[in-house]
Design a protein around this ligand. Structure first.
Ligand code: 5GP
Ligand code: ZN
Length: 137
């Protein structure tokens, strides 16, 4: 299903042009218009899912296989030194387009792409509490 007011539905289905690296019946991979680094691309399903919570198992599996194949191709083509593969769910996590997508961000030695967090601390008690809560569901 497509969603009428969704920009990524329109791009993925070819209604809005994009710099497409790859396309099949289910996905389009295109360049981000505001790239974190040279070659920053997005893997986007043609069907609308708001986020990873909603994505079908079938598309989830396919997205990761596409990510794997695409970063290998892009590493060879762009001569980058590594890749960040990530995706955001909900506003607090940085999601700005509410159609599932996976970021492929080429990394170059010495680049200034900022995807870091400050390592925190936790106790065994806190870890046990989290484990118990999650395993109870
Ligand atoms: P999010 O913040 O939701 O994880 O990522 C959304 C991404 O989509 C951003 O990196 C943003 O630059 C990109 N983006 C937003 N609108 C467009 C667009 O119209 N075309 C393309 N190619 N990328 C877009
Ligand atoms: Zn959509």
């Amino acid at each position: 299903m497509k969603k009428d007011d969704c920009i990524f539905c329109k791009i993925a289905n070819g209604e809005i042009p994009s710099s497409t690296l790859y396309e099949d019946d289910d996905f389009r991979i295109f360049l981000d218009l505001a790239p974190a680094s040279k070659g920053h691309a997005l893997i986007v399903p043609k069907e609308h899912f708001d986020n990873l919570y909603e994505l079908s198992d079938e598309k989830a599996s396919k997205a990761l296989v596409l990510a794997k194949k695409t970063i290998s191709k892009m590493t060879e083509a762009l001569k980058c030194d590594g890749f960040n593969v990530l995706q955001n769910n909900n506003e607090c996590a940085g999601q700005t387009v509410y159609h599932f997508h996976m970021h492929l961000i080429p990394r170059y030695k010495g680049d200034d792409v900022g995807l870091k967090w400050t390592p925190g601390e936790n106790t065994q008690e806190e870890r046990d509490e989290i484990v118990n809560k999650v395993r109870a569901i």
